[in-house]
Design a protein around this ligand. Sequence first.
Ligand code: ADP
Ligand code: NG1
Ligand code: MG
Length: 486
Amino acid sequence: MASATIPHMAARYPPNEEREVALCAAYEAAFGAVPSGVASAPGRVNLIGEHIDYSGYGVLPMALAHDVRVAYGLGQSDGGDAGEPRQGFVFSVANIDGDRYPPAELAHGGLDDAVLDKGAHSWANYVFAGYKGVLDAVAEGSRDEEPLGVALNVMIDGKVPPGSGLSSSSALVCASMLAAAAGFGCSTKYSPAEFASMAAGAERYTGVEGGGMDQAISMMARAGSALYIEFDPVRGTPVALPPDAVFVVAHSQVAANKYYSQYNLRVVETRLAARILAAHHAVAEPDACRTLAAAAAAAGLDLAGAEQAVDDALVKDKLYSIAEVAAMLDLSAAEVVAGYAANGALAGVPADEPRLALHARATHVYSEARRVAHFRAVCASGADDALAELGRIMDASHASCAQLFDCSCAELDALVASSRAAGALGARLTGAGWGGCTVSLVAHSQLDSFLEHLAQSHYGMSADEAAAANVLFASAPGSGACVIEF
Ligand code: ADP
Ligand code: NG1
Ligand code: MG
């Protein structure tokens, strides 16, 4: 049964766990007060279903043990009493790794002037985004004349490798959101699914037009199973993985920052493909088809039918220009950009430049959604050859990501090849790609030899050294976000 709220645990202060001791000491040093609690949220590894959440299709991630922790406490109000609301709210943000992530503040007088600068990448924006997501939710239930905000201090300690496709960004947004919600006194008011949806919307304030997978698994995970996550509305179904399967994460050692990647461009390509499919099938409300899932549903197509429809409506291997798409949709080029290219994804692209690989992107999405269904069916089957079949599905996913979605890179492809040579039954990139990590499926009996072989062949070190360097580790389905209150 899904839990009604994010788990809250009471704990004595000072804590005795090593990481929490250091985090709380850093908080005390920075803010001269004792924190009220610590919110934590995990990163994840996605097993199958890449780049399809923002097209409305279900995905299958599991939470990692690696998490982001946020110590929080109310700041000083103007009157000097902790927690007293005031007209000018200050949200003070600091990081245990202050050299890399310097302190920052979001000062505002209400909802309207709590604005993030999407035009620049800043680590603190992910923290501000979590706070602003709570502010938005609180604003819905408040009266206009109420000053809205809370004076809050937070200290961050993140252990999810950043820019690695393991969702450090969403772990940071989710943990920050829960810390802010605790500050606002509403951290038990929303369900994990509601928080997941709030956090997915909030992370878009950073300028990345993401789906909802990462926030959903971080808020909703339960130890012991992967989660099949569906959208609109967000919901999760636990999936038991075969007992002899181990999923191993390996790092390509290429950093992949989503803010600077082609991520938003992919979102636009899938949206445009959806709109063209809807027009091709003369559906009743084509403008309502913002995702490939919506377009297939409106046209009454199952996934195999949708893949066929892509062949009928779009030209294989063709790169479309904005002007060509505009002509197909009976719009101007400016209307295409204004209506479909969120967060400046087409900024600076000349209207007649052939840039949009619509057939390939849509074919990936529909075929990947089929692979997710196949993967779940194999997990449920208990068949003798289940692991071999899951491995084949993962291999096919990687090929589709690399060839059709163009989100791999030479280093990821090489790591996938090394992983197979080391004994993986299947391997693929995980997360957005263009660097970051792979996930490999390994039979439990082969785990030690796989880790040793891959560590030596790919990283030139022992398995223990690779684990210590956080570049190669076996993962088990971890638990979701929680709040510890002192
Ligand atoms: P991913 O989610 O795959 O790790 P993203 O590019 O989406 O990659 O997010 C990485 C960004 O998240 C970093 O550039 C940084 O701004 C922020 N971030 C992640 N972890 C931390 C951390 N521990 N402290 C501060 N910022 C972090
Ligand atoms: P990463 O690479 O972990 O930031 C991103 C998106 C997901 C999903 C995957 C690709 C965000 C917050 N995350 O993950 O929604 O689209 O890429 O499957 O944008
Ligand atoms: Mg991310």
